[in-house]
Design a binder for this molecule. Structure first.
Ligand code: BGC
Length: 730
């Protein structure tokens, strides 16, 4: 038997043995990933499996994937195919798959455990379908809410993104990649893609190397070093004139050399051809293939033409063979680790049916929806206490895709929006409030009221009539799938269609106005903040979002979410992230308004979120107020539940490097804890900052911790006026 087929042999020996038997064409074939459409691979791509020795397919599902795997087994060396899929908030490309809240929604939980659980469930379902790799999590820093893909991010803070991303990666990959609950994670988009200028998707990102090192790369570094992310995906953007795909500093020097990254790097969709037809840095496919390999990409997504050019160059000796060997080895190593050469190669329809969308998975999804909800305002309106009548209105009250969000089959990559997808498993706000009417004994009425895109759809007068006769009116506003996602950026962030008119007419009736914000991103809703009696931010809360929202409205659930992204007054105020700079013409950021027509602070701030109980902070002190090199500073604070019911508080710690050789933001999140407290209970909460997280990147691009004093702010949000302050020295 060939050594590479011996499952008891060490993986490195198996890789070496297999590599020694492979032709250059077979090695280059491993570096290609071909796409499927709506789960099916086209005939001519199936032929390429044998002809080009294709190593990977994406978006292939069901029997189509099983068939390809069987065909691969019959090829000369029988190298298994690795299947990738965008299972980014659950295995959503399967109709019966468990759908979770989007990354942005789930990040409001600030709960690594629930993020990890989401990832585990997703991994289990993906693997049961014979697929091995998810293009998740997204580590883009979501600071420009005009960008169409804000919903895919964990929000605006790079440090929190790194923490939550590690939890997701650990959940996807598990302890052992060959387990039936493990798949490869893919930290994307490497790096700085979310910062594209003006929020324009896949445009240039204006980022200096210093900012790359201090802000955009750290979450990826954590993902690679701490969580051992198996793969990275490049972005579509160029930075300072160099497309990510052609950037050897970004792909080789940083992760492969600098972080000892052992996995492989996949390009984003057709990034190699984009070097020619979008970014115009290459004149033909031969140059593009060359640039792609030299820069350090290991697998080329959806660029079939890569094969011929790469083979030609390799045969002519223009591309060092070690580079091709290195890429092929990285891919094969992971295939061995996944157990794909052994009994883990095939799955069965029975296994899929038993695992996908099983009850335990949906229970976790519901819990994730609960933890995604953030109470942003409450003038003693919630929880509802024996309401006599409720009128529900607004375009997001009964829109399945608005509730599920992008990549739930309503996305560009997954084909046309199909509202029937996941329909059976989704409980909208309308479903939940209609069925609760009996239990809670209220009169219930519903009218859509307004449409998000069609401004001619106008039921606002009728809605106002109904609101006038109701004790409470719940208005579900937000956005829908055609307003976000790839290539769907927004220059205007105001509520579209007749949503604003609907709100104003309802308000004018004197009914109690409760607003549910079901959207892919923060929109400009300062009117809502001023005029609503209560607001719950749900983002895209997932298939069971309706249930979680109903529980929150009636107080069966005490919301504990905190925003991970700021809400701007208007698009003109962007960027408005909390970690802004002080500097000239401002009083260190807090008391000076730079714009003459907008406050400096956002409408809702990073870290903000209320509860049905209240919390008091006192006695902040440093455990060690003078630290030495390598020593983690620790702070202690007393948090008391001063209200009348149990609740969870996310205690946040921010630092400010008081004097530093380069400008630093006025504050940076560096630690937090979710603390559960009974009514009246107090706890001493200890928060620890990792020494390295105090570092800055100086003018010479050196990263280190500078000596000096640091302020520590601890409190319920990033609003400094709500925080207690302490100081420590290094
Ligand atoms: C997106 C990636 C995604 C890939 C495959 C691209 O257009 O940018 O995030 O993983 O397609 O679907």
């Amino acid at each position: 038997m060939d050594l590479y087929k011996d499952k008891n042999a060490p993986i490195e020996s198996r890789v070496k043995d297999l590599m020694s038997k492979m032709t250059i064409e077979e090695k280059i074939g491993q570096m290609i990933q071909l796409p499927a459409k709506a789960g099916i691979v086209e005939e001519n791509f199936i032929d390429k499996l044998e002809e080009w020795h294709i190593g990977s397919f994406l978006h292939c599902t069901g029997e189509g994937a099983a068939e390809i795997q069987r065909l691969a087994e019959k090829t000369r060396l029988g190298i298994p195919v690795i299947f990738g899929i965008d299972a980014i908030h659950g295995h959503c490309f399967e109709d019966k798959g468990t759908v979770f809240p989007t990354q942005l929604a789930l990040s409001s939980s600030w709960n690594k455990d629930i993020v990890k659980e989401m990832a585990k469930v997703t991994a289990t379902e993906v693997r049961a379908c014979g697929l091995h790799w998810t293009f998740s999590p997204v580590l883009c820093v979501g600071r420009d809410t005009r960008w169409g893909r804000i919903n895919e991010t964990f929000g605006e803070d790079q440090w929190l993104i790194g923490e939550l991303a590690c939890a997701a990666i650990e959940g996807y990959q598990g302890e052992n990649l060959s387990s039936e609950n493990s798949i490869l994670a893919c930290a994307k988009h490497f790096a700085g893609y979310g910062e594209s200028t003006g929020g324009r998707d896949s445009y240039e990102s204006e980022i200096s190397k210093r900012k790359m090192l201090s802000l955009f790369l750290p979450p990826f570094e954590k993902a690679v070093k701490k969580a051992k992310a198996a793969t990275l995906m490049t972005g579509y953007q160029a930075i300072d004139g160099v497309p990510a795909t052609a950037n050897s500093w970004l792909l080789r020097d940083i992760p492969k050399e600098g972080w000892d990254f052992k996995g492989f790097i996949v390009t984003d969709w057709n990034n190699i051809a984009a070097l020619i037809n979008r970014q115009s840095v290459c004149g033909n496919m031969e140059d593009a293939a060359y640039e792609g390999i030299i820069a350090g990409n290991d697998m080329m997504m959806a660029t079939p033409e890569f094969f011929d050019s790469a083979v030609k160059f390799a045969k002519e000796g223009k591309i060092p063979e070690e580079m091709i060997n290195d890429s092929a080895e990285r891919i094969l190593r992971l295939k061995f680790e996944l157990g794909l050469f052994d009994e883990k190669r095939h799955t069965s329809p029975e296994l899929k049916d038993a695992i996908v969308g099983k009850k335990e998975h949906w229970d976790i999804s519901l819990e994730a929806s609960r933890q995604s909800l953030t109470l942003l305002k409450n003038d003693n309106t919630l929880p509802l206490d024996k309401p006599k009548s409720i009128f529900l209105t607004g375009p997001c009250a009964d829109d399945v895709v608005a509730q599920l969000g992008d990549w739930s089959f309503g996305s560009m990559q997954a084909g046309a929006t199909d509202e029937s997808f996941h329909k059976d498993d989704t409980i909208t706000v309308l479903d939940a409030l209609k069925s609760a009417a009996n239990d809670f004994n209220y009169q219930f009425d519903y009218l859509k009221g307004a449409d998000i895109v069609d401004s001619n759809f106008d039921e606002t007068d009728l809605a106002a009539e109904k609101a006038a006769n109701s004790e409470y009116t719940i208005v579900c506003i937000g956005d829908i799938i055609s307003q976000h996602g790839e290539g769907h950026d927004r220059a205007k962030l105001e509520l579209s269609g007749k949503q604003q008119q609907l709100l104003e007419k309802v308000k004018a009736t004197g009914t109690k106005l409760i607003v549910l914000f079901i959207a892919s991103k923060p929109l400009a809703i300062s009117w809502v903040k001023e005029n609503a009696d209560a607001i719950i931010c749900c983002f895209n809360p997932g298939a069971k979002g309706g249930v979680a929202i109903k529980e929150a409205l009636f107080g069966e659930l005490n919301p504990a979410g905190k925003l991970t992204i700021s809400f701007p007054y208007s698009a003109g105020q962007l960027p408005v992230h909390y970690d802004r700079y002080g500097g000239w013409h401002c009083d260190n950021g807090d008391n000076y308004e730079r714009y003459i027509d907008h406050p400096e602070a956002p409408v809702f701030s990073f870290g903000e979120g209320m509860s049905y109980t209240t919390f008091e902070y006192s006695n902040l002190k440093m455990v060690n107020s003078a630290i030495t090199e390598g020593e983690n500073p620790k702070a202690q604070v007393t948090v008391k539940n001063s209200g009348s019911r149990k609740g969870i508080e996310v205690v946040q710690l921010y630092i400010n490097d008081i004097v530093s050789s380069v400008t630093t933001p006025i504050m940076n999140l560096r630690a937090y804890k979710r603390v559960e407290l009974e009514a009246g209970e107090s706890k001493t909460v200890e928060l620890e900052i990792e020494f390295d997280e105090l570092s800055i990147v100086n003018q010479k691009l050196e990263k280190f911790v500078e000596k000096g004093d640091f302020e520590v702010y601890v409190g319920p949000s990033s609003k400094r006026e709500e925080c207690l302050k302490a100081i420590f020295t290094y």
